[in-house]
Design a protein around this ligand. Structure first.
Ligand code: MD3
Ligand code: FE
Length: 206
Protein backbone atom coordinates (compact mmCIF):
# COMPACT_ATOMS: atom_id res chain seq x y z
CA UNK A 1 0.00 0.00 0.00
CA UNK A 2 1.13 3.59 -0.67
CA UNK A 3 1.74 5.46 2.62
CA UNK A 4 2.91 8.67 0.88
CA UNK A 5 3.84 9.54 -2.71
CA UNK A 6 6.27 6.81 -3.85
CA UNK A 7 6.46 5.24 -0.35
CA UNK A 8 5.15 1.69 -0.78
CA UNK A 9 4.73 -0.88 2.02
CA UNK A 10 4.46 -4.54 0.97
CA UNK A 11 3.72 -6.70 4.05
CA UNK A 12 5.05 -10.27 4.06
CA UNK A 13 7.20 -9.80 0.95
CA UNK A 14 9.92 -12.30 1.96
CA UNK A 15 8.76 -15.87 2.56
CA UNK A 16 10.01 -17.90 5.55
CA UNK A 17 12.91 -19.44 3.58
CA UNK A 18 14.12 -16.06 2.26
CA UNK A 19 13.93 -14.57 5.78
CA UNK A 20 15.98 -17.45 7.15
CA UNK A 21 18.64 -17.11 4.42
CA UNK A 22 18.86 -13.33 4.83
CA UNK A 23 19.21 -13.66 8.62
CA UNK A 24 21.99 -16.25 8.21
CA UNK A 25 23.75 -13.88 5.79
CA UNK A 26 23.39 -10.93 8.19
CA UNK A 27 24.94 -13.00 11.00
CA UNK A 28 27.89 -13.91 8.76
CA UNK A 29 28.37 -10.26 7.69
CA UNK A 30 28.36 -9.22 11.35
CA UNK A 31 31.53 -11.14 12.14
CA UNK A 32 34.88 -9.29 12.17
CA UNK A 33 36.76 -7.90 10.35
CA UNK A 34 34.47 -5.01 9.36
CA UNK A 35 31.62 -6.60 11.34
CA UNK A 36 28.98 -5.20 13.66
CA UNK A 37 29.94 -1.92 15.31
CA UNK A 38 28.47 0.84 17.45
CA UNK A 39 27.97 4.13 15.63
CA UNK A 40 29.18 7.22 17.49
CA UNK A 41 27.72 10.57 16.51
CA UNK A 42 29.80 13.78 16.28
CA UNK A 43 27.89 15.23 19.27
CA UNK A 44 29.27 12.47 21.54
CA UNK A 45 26.19 10.25 21.43
CA UNK A 46 25.89 6.58 20.50
CA UNK A 47 23.25 5.05 18.28
CA UNK A 48 21.36 2.29 20.11
CA UNK A 49 20.93 0.17 16.97
CA UNK A 50 24.24 -1.46 16.06
CA UNK A 51 25.21 -1.63 12.40
CA UNK A 52 27.15 -3.48 9.73
CA UNK A 53 27.71 -2.07 6.23
CA UNK A 54 28.39 -3.76 2.87
CA UNK A 55 29.86 -2.07 -0.20
CA UNK A 56 30.38 1.29 1.48
CA UNK A 57 30.82 2.07 5.16
CA UNK A 58 28.41 4.72 6.49
CA UNK A 59 29.53 7.02 9.28
CA UNK A 60 27.88 10.24 10.47
CA UNK A 61 27.76 11.85 7.91
CA UNK A 62 29.40 10.28 4.88
CA UNK A 63 30.61 7.08 3.18
CA UNK A 64 34.05 5.44 3.22
CA UNK A 65 35.67 2.21 1.95
CA UNK A 66 37.02 1.35 5.41
CA UNK A 67 35.37 1.10 8.83
CA UNK A 68 36.32 4.56 10.09
CA UNK A 69 34.56 4.22 13.48
CA UNK A 70 35.32 0.51 13.99
CA UNK A 71 38.29 -1.76 13.32
CA UNK A 72 39.58 0.17 10.28
CA UNK A 73 39.26 -2.90 8.04
CA UNK A 74 38.11 -2.68 4.40
CA UNK A 75 34.32 -2.91 4.18
CA UNK A 76 32.88 -6.25 2.97
CA UNK A 77 31.78 -6.31 -0.69
CA UNK A 78 28.18 -5.67 -1.70
CA UNK A 79 26.76 -9.10 -2.71
CA UNK A 80 25.34 -9.48 -6.24
CA UNK A 81 22.35 -11.27 -4.68
CA UNK A 82 21.32 -8.10 -2.83
CA UNK A 83 21.43 -6.09 -6.06
CA UNK A 84 18.99 -8.58 -7.59
CA UNK A 85 16.78 -8.41 -4.49
CA UNK A 86 16.73 -4.59 -4.80
CA UNK A 87 15.62 -4.71 -8.43
CA UNK A 88 12.90 -7.26 -7.58
CA UNK A 89 11.71 -4.92 -4.82
CA UNK A 90 11.46 -1.95 -7.22
CA UNK A 91 9.61 -4.08 -9.77
CA UNK A 92 7.04 -5.18 -7.18
CA UNK A 93 6.64 -1.69 -5.69
CA UNK A 94 6.65 0.52 -8.82
CA UNK A 95 6.73 -1.78 -11.91
CA UNK A 96 9.47 -3.14 -14.17
CA UNK A 97 10.38 0.29 -15.63
CA UNK A 98 11.56 1.48 -12.19
CA UNK A 99 14.09 -1.36 -11.85
CA UNK A 100 15.79 -0.90 -15.25
CA UNK A 101 18.81 1.15 -14.16
CA UNK A 102 18.81 0.55 -10.40
CA UNK A 103 22.44 -0.15 -9.44
CA UNK A 104 22.37 -0.86 -5.70
CA UNK A 105 25.86 -0.78 -4.16
CA UNK A 106 25.28 -0.23 -0.40
CA UNK A 107 23.58 -2.36 2.24
CA UNK A 108 23.22 -1.09 5.81
CA UNK A 109 22.10 -3.67 8.37
CA UNK A 110 20.75 -2.33 11.68
CA UNK A 111 20.41 -4.66 14.71
CA UNK A 112 17.83 -3.53 17.29
CA UNK A 113 17.51 -5.12 20.71
CA UNK A 114 14.29 -4.54 22.71
CA UNK A 115 15.47 -1.12 23.95
CA UNK A 116 16.97 0.21 20.72
CA UNK A 117 15.43 3.18 18.89
CA UNK A 118 16.22 5.32 15.92
CA UNK A 119 15.49 9.03 16.19
CA UNK A 120 13.85 11.02 13.41
CA UNK A 121 16.37 11.70 10.65
CA UNK A 122 16.77 12.05 6.89
CA UNK A 123 19.11 9.91 4.79
CA UNK A 124 20.88 12.50 2.66
CA UNK A 125 24.47 11.18 2.48
CA UNK A 126 23.86 9.29 -0.79
CA UNK A 127 24.63 11.29 -3.95
CA UNK A 128 21.86 9.41 -5.79
CA UNK A 129 18.14 9.89 -5.23
CA UNK A 130 17.37 6.29 -6.28
CA UNK A 131 14.73 4.66 -4.05
CA UNK A 132 15.82 3.11 -0.72
CA UNK A 133 14.70 -0.51 -0.29
CA UNK A 134 14.06 -1.52 3.34
CA UNK A 135 13.56 -5.10 4.64
CA UNK A 136 12.62 -6.14 8.17
CA UNK A 137 13.38 -9.37 10.07
CA UNK A 138 12.46 -10.56 13.56
CA UNK A 139 10.50 -8.47 16.08
CA UNK A 140 7.99 -5.97 14.78
CA UNK A 141 8.46 -2.24 15.33
CA UNK A 142 6.72 1.08 15.03
CA UNK A 143 8.11 2.86 11.98
CA UNK A 144 7.39 6.60 11.95
CA UNK A 145 7.21 8.19 8.52
CA UNK A 146 7.20 11.98 8.66
CA UNK A 147 7.45 14.88 6.24
CA UNK A 148 10.30 16.54 4.35
CA UNK A 149 10.22 19.85 6.26
CA UNK A 150 10.41 19.00 10.00
CA UNK A 151 11.22 16.09 12.31
CA UNK A 152 7.85 16.55 14.03
CA UNK A 153 4.17 16.07 13.03
CA UNK A 154 2.55 15.37 10.69
CA UNK A 155 3.72 11.78 10.57
CA UNK A 156 2.24 8.32 10.00
CA UNK A 157 3.05 5.37 12.27
CA UNK A 158 3.24 2.01 10.50
CA UNK A 159 3.89 -1.40 12.06
CA UNK A 160 6.76 -3.20 10.30
CA UNK A 161 6.89 -6.98 10.69
CA UNK A 162 9.30 -9.73 9.78
CA UNK A 163 9.39 -10.17 6.00
CA UNK A 164 7.97 -6.73 5.17
CA UNK A 165 9.29 -4.62 2.30
CA UNK A 166 9.17 -0.83 2.29
CA UNK A 167 10.41 1.23 -0.66
CA UNK A 168 11.01 5.00 -0.52
CA UNK A 169 11.39 6.89 -3.76
CA UNK A 170 10.53 10.26 -5.28
CA UNK A 171 9.47 12.89 -2.75
CA UNK A 172 9.50 10.30 0.08
CA UNK A 173 13.22 9.64 -0.36
CA UNK A 174 14.11 12.71 1.72
CA UNK A 175 11.35 12.48 4.33
CA UNK A 176 12.17 12.37 8.05
CA UNK A 177 11.66 8.90 9.55
CA UNK A 178 12.55 6.88 12.63
CA UNK A 179 11.85 3.83 14.79
CA UNK A 180 10.37 4.92 18.16
CA UNK A 181 9.68 1.40 19.44
CA UNK A 182 10.50 -2.29 19.00
CA UNK A 183 7.96 -4.86 20.23
CA UNK A 184 10.07 -7.51 21.99
CA UNK A 185 9.15 -11.14 21.46
CA UNK A 186 6.85 -10.56 18.45
CA UNK A 187 9.06 -12.09 15.73
CA UNK A 188 8.43 -15.52 14.18
CA UNK A 189 9.72 -18.06 16.72
CA UNK A 190 11.16 -20.34 13.99
CA UNK A 191 13.55 -17.54 12.96
CA UNK A 192 15.32 -17.64 16.35
CA UNK A 193 16.06 -13.92 16.37
CA UNK A 194 15.58 -11.93 19.53
CA UNK A 195 15.32 -8.31 18.45
CA UNK A 196 14.85 -6.75 15.05
CA UNK A 197 16.99 -6.52 11.96
CA UNK A 198 16.57 -3.91 9.24
CA UNK A 199 18.40 -4.15 5.92
CA UNK A 200 18.41 -1.11 3.62
CA UNK A 201 19.67 -1.18 0.04
CA UNK A 202 20.87 2.11 -1.43
CA UNK A 203 22.62 3.61 -4.44
CA UNK A 204 25.67 5.62 -3.37
CA UNK A 205 26.05 7.73 -6.50
CA UNK A 206 29.78 7.67 -5.67
C1 MD3 B 1 12.89 6.58 4.28
N1 MD3 B 1 16.34 2.51 9.21
O1 MD3 B 1 18.79 2.75 8.08
S1 MD3 B 1 13.57 1.45 7.91
C2 MD3 B 1 18.11 3.78 8.18
O2 MD3 B 1 14.14 0.33 10.65
C3 MD3 B 1 16.77 3.71 8.81
O3 MD3 B 1 16.26 0.52 10.87
C4 MD3 B 1 15.13 2.35 9.95
O4 MD3 B 1 16.13 4.70 8.93
C5 MD3 B 1 15.16 0.96 10.52
O5 MD3 B 1 18.47 4.88 7.77
C6 MD3 B 1 13.91 2.62 9.19
C7 MD3 B 1 12.72 2.40 6.75
C8 MD3 B 1 13.54 3.42 6.00
C9 MD3 B 1 14.87 3.22 5.68
C10 MD3 B 1 15.55 4.15 4.91
C11 MD3 B 1 14.90 5.28 4.44
C12 MD3 B 1 12.91 4.54 5.56
C13 MD3 B 1 13.57 5.47 4.77
C14 MD3 B 1 15.54 6.25 3.62
C15 MD3 B 1 14.84 7.31 3.13
C16 MD3 B 1 13.52 7.50 3.47
FE1 FE C 1 17.01 6.25 7.69
Amino acid sequence: SEIAPDAVHVPDWLDAREQRELLDDCRAWSRPPAGLRTVRTPGGGTMTARQVCLGWHWYPYGYARTVVDGDGAPVKPFPRRLGELGRRALTDAFGAHAARDAAYDIALVNFYDADARMGMHRDSDEKSHAPVVSLSLGDSCVFRFGNTATRTRPYTDVELRSGDLFVFGGPSRLAYHGVPRVHAGTGPSELGLSGRLNITLRVSGL
